[in-house]
Design a protein around this ligand. Sequence first.
Ligand SMILES: [Zn+2]
Length: 242
Amino acid sequence: MPGFRVHITGSSIAGAGYAAAAWYAGGLPPQTCVLGGGLCAVAGMLPDLDSGPGVPLRESVAFAAAVVPIMMIHRFQRMGMPAEAIILAGAAIYLAIRFGLSWLLKNHSHHRGMFHSLPAAAIAGQVTFLAFSAEEPLRRYFVSSAVVIGFLTHLVLDEIWSVKMGWFGPKVKKSFGTALKFHGPELWPNLITYALTLILGGLAAGDAAWTERVAHVRQQMEQAARTFPYYPQQPQQWQYRR
Ligand SMILES: [Zn+2]
């Protein structure tokens, strides 16, 4: 199985390519491209969170505990929460990830279990989608797809490392097929994973519809502001040269 360094290198290359493509072809703002590329690189470590206590687990959980509340600030603000409530909610999320999630991972996950699977990649993307709410839906899809790409890079590398070239063609190790899979051998982890995929999918779809509606209303208000110029004008949007 490829080590931590192979994974982070692979997902960093994928993230850099993804960010560059979004910058040149997609015309996304540079901060969004950098955020997507960075998240893609970090997501390359995610599936190995199931490999038991160690430096990767501790560091990635601590990183997630710090970054997820920051990603959610925008969302909290839009919900109209006062600053104090945002701080409290951020602290609660930090504690839940730092202690709750690491307890779960240490005690209830098997290496190459459902954490190494395609539905798990979907869950990682859905969680990012729900945590990160941007004004434009495109930016949101871009950032959550970055996590899915990083996650998939890890699974693909795991599979590549389980094939070895022998004298009579490729030889397959026992671990082959345990990373890029739809379901595992046990019933309960499969049920829990798919239930989570469905629930998060429903939440994400509802949230996407709501964001779209809000964007529509905002557009109409901007239109009105242009027609009636005594409304406070929006400051000019930054234009990036490319
Ligand atoms: Zn792995």
